[in-house]
Write a protein that binds this ligand. Structure first.
Ligand SMILES: *[C@@H]1O[C@H](CO)[C@@H](O)[C@H](O)[C@H]1NC(C)=O
Ligand SMILES: *[C@@H]1O[C@H](CO)[C@@H](O)[C@H](O)[C@H]1NC(C)=O
Ligand SMILES: *[C@@H]1O[C@H](CO)[C@@H](O)[C@H](O)[C@H]1NC(C)=O
Ligand SMILES: *[C@@H]1O[C@H](CO)[C@@H](O)[C@H](O)[C@H]1NC(C)=O
Ligand SMILES: *[C@@H]1O[C@H](CO)[C@@H](O)[C@H](O)[C@H]1NC(C)=O
Length: 476
């Protein structure tokens, strides 16, 4: 990112305080631009978690709430996630007509980006696997465009998923693909016309060796207008006890080697063995797989009926960390990433579409690039009519009203989030959350624990000051 656009992105937040700069795509990698004029920025690796408290079934349009609408909930979870060390959350369903400023600003303040699905499980709010043509209509696109409007103003919005596992068997592979590209085309056109910056648009594929390879070949190739800007794979193939070979991560790496767009795991975390110890984190995803992949999102934050949770949300809104949380935090602390500067990221030749080689991977796959026309052309031009455009607001309250307990059941006394410096991204801390505090004033009923926040990555104070000075000079 050039200096001027980096500053514009910051200025667009309406404040120079605690803002992340939007992530960009360069070749097969994500880039986190620097504030400094002379610095090209660094490669960005997703250290993330799937975030859907309440589960996928809990969403309703009429409740007037979603997982990013309650500031106290987000303050509570931002504290937990800041301690865990993640830099990204994936959110599956939001209501585009309600306000998300407080939550998005809280996550922004703690250095966490958001990847957002534009769909919902409700009827008419996603593409149909069996009859995509009839579901690709004005009402559906009104929701999709509404989500873009609601979130385009947040600098910590990393990107949008156009779809999640829409292709999941041979039958859907035969009819759905061109509709995914059509939706991506519409989204990218809408963003170009109605947003102030480029926002990456990608897809999240089902855990199926053949279909995810075919879908990646189909979505990464050809014209920029409708191709994916990034590709997420849902993969539960490395279970505790597995290694690089038995998990099939070796094949994963060789299959996607040479990708022309960033690829990452949009869901991972096999739970066949409990508690999970997450060896795939330091032996796989942030180890050798990082040669090709740009990180991953672990499934998932809260304990739901499917039993993948890292924390338990109790009826009174308090949080109890689970053993999986402690284990993931320990696993993250073993990561040592070798991030290159953006200038060193190799240029990649865009992939050309090859129907024959795609059909060799999956014979049932629809390979046409003859896409259906947009059924909502005037909305595309004139806007979808969602005036609920989000913006970053100042975070003044740093402590949630909800209590947080560690996995031994001890209450954590100081649960206030730490507001990061400008463009400082959250990262694994290398420290344990439960370091005993020597504070004599703490109540004896609850053991005093204090937090030790993740250390900053890639913060260059002199570069920041130079950028700030140049920005101020521009104002005069
Ligand atoms: C702010 O802080 C108070 C406690 O000081 C709390 O009761 C309130 O709900 C907090 N949350 C938000 C989102 O303002
Ligand atoms: C985009 O920029 C224009 C002009 O500076 C501004 O009026 C508008 O509010 C911005 N929109 C967003 C979503 O930031
Ligand atoms: C880090 O990456 C650079 C450039 O790709 C490479 O030369 C170097 O060997 C890597 N270092 C480690 C410790 O992996
Ligand atoms: C929970 O906190 C208590 C008090 O600080 C500490 O003794 C205990 O080891 C912590 N439990 C875990 C699992 O970290
Ligand atoms: C920080 O940035 C400045 C300006 O770009 C550069 O000259 C300096 O070498 C950087 N320092 C470090 C420690 O990276």
């Amino acid at each position: 990112m050039k200096f001027s656009s980096a500053i514009a992105a910051l200025a667009a937040t309406g404040s120079l305080v605690s803002a992340l700069i939007p992530i960009e795509v360069k070749g097969s990698r994500f880039v986190r631009p620097a504030i400094d004029a002379n610095d090209e920025g660094d490669e960005f690796t997703v250290i993330g978690i799937d975030y859907q408290p309440g589960g996928s079934a809990s969403y309703s349009d009429s409740s007037g709430t979603d997982v990013l609408s309650d500031g106290d909930v987000c303050l509570r979870d931002a504290f937990v996630l800041q301690q865990l060390g993640v830099n990204t959350i994936r959110v599956y369903t939001i209501n585009p007509w309600i306000n998300h400023d407080e939550c998005m600003s809280i996550f922004n303040a703690v250095g966490i980006y958001v990847i957002l699905d534009v769909n919902s499980p409700l009827a008419g709010e996603s593409l149909s696997r069996t009859d995509p043509g009839s579901s690709y209509n004005k009402g559906y696109l009104n929701r999709v465009f509404g989500v873009i409007d609601a979130f385009k103003g947040y600098p910590n919005l990393l990107g949008f998923f156009s779809g999640n596992e829409v292709v999941n068997d041979a039958a859907s592979a035969a009819v759905v693909p061109k509709y995914i590209r059509a939706v991506q085309r519409d989204m990218k056109q809408y963003i170009a016309k109605h947003a102030n910056r480029t926002i990456p648009v990608g897809y999240s594929a089902a855990d199926d060796d053949v279909l995810r390879e075919a879908m990646w070949m189909y979505l990464q190739c050809g014209d920029d207008e409708s191709k994916s800007d990034f590709y997420g794979l849902n993969s539960y193939q490395w279970c505790t006890g597995d290694n690089w070979q038995t998990s099939g991560y070796n094949t994963l790496e060789s299959t996607f080697d040479g990708t022309s767009i960033p690829v990452f795991l949009s869901e991972y975390g096999c739970n066949k063995v409990s508690p999970r110890t997450f060896p795939e984190v330091y032996q796989g995803i942030y180890g050798p797989l990082n040669q090709v992949f740009s990180g991953g999102l672990v499934y998932e934050y809260s304990q739901e009926t499917s039993n993948y949770g890292l924390v338990n949300i109790q009826d009174d809104g308090s949080i109890k960390l689970l053993t999986d949380f402690d284990n993931l935090q320990k696993a993250y602390n073993k990561i040592s990433l070798n991030q290159t500067s953006a200038g060193q990221i190799k240029a990649v030749t865009p992939a050309t579409c090859n129907a024959n080689s795609l059909e060799k991977v999956s014979s049932s796959f629809e390979t046409t690039m003859d896409l259906p026309g947009c059924p909502a052309k005037s909305m595309l031009t004139n806007g979808g009519g969602n005036n609920n455009v989000g913006k970053i607001v100042k975070v003044t309250n740093t402590t949630s009203k909800y209590k947080i307990y560690n996995s031994s059941g001890k209450q954590i006394v100081d649960t206030s989030i730490e507001i990061d410096k400008d463009n400082e991204v959250n990262s694994p801390s290398g420290n344990n959350i439960n370091t005993q505090s020597a504070s004599p004033s703490s109540a004896s009923s609850s053991t005093s624990t204090h937090k030790s926040k993740g250390s900053a990555v890639n913060v260059n104070a002199s570069g920041f000051l130079a950028g700030l000075a140049a920005f101020l000079a521009m104002l005069i």
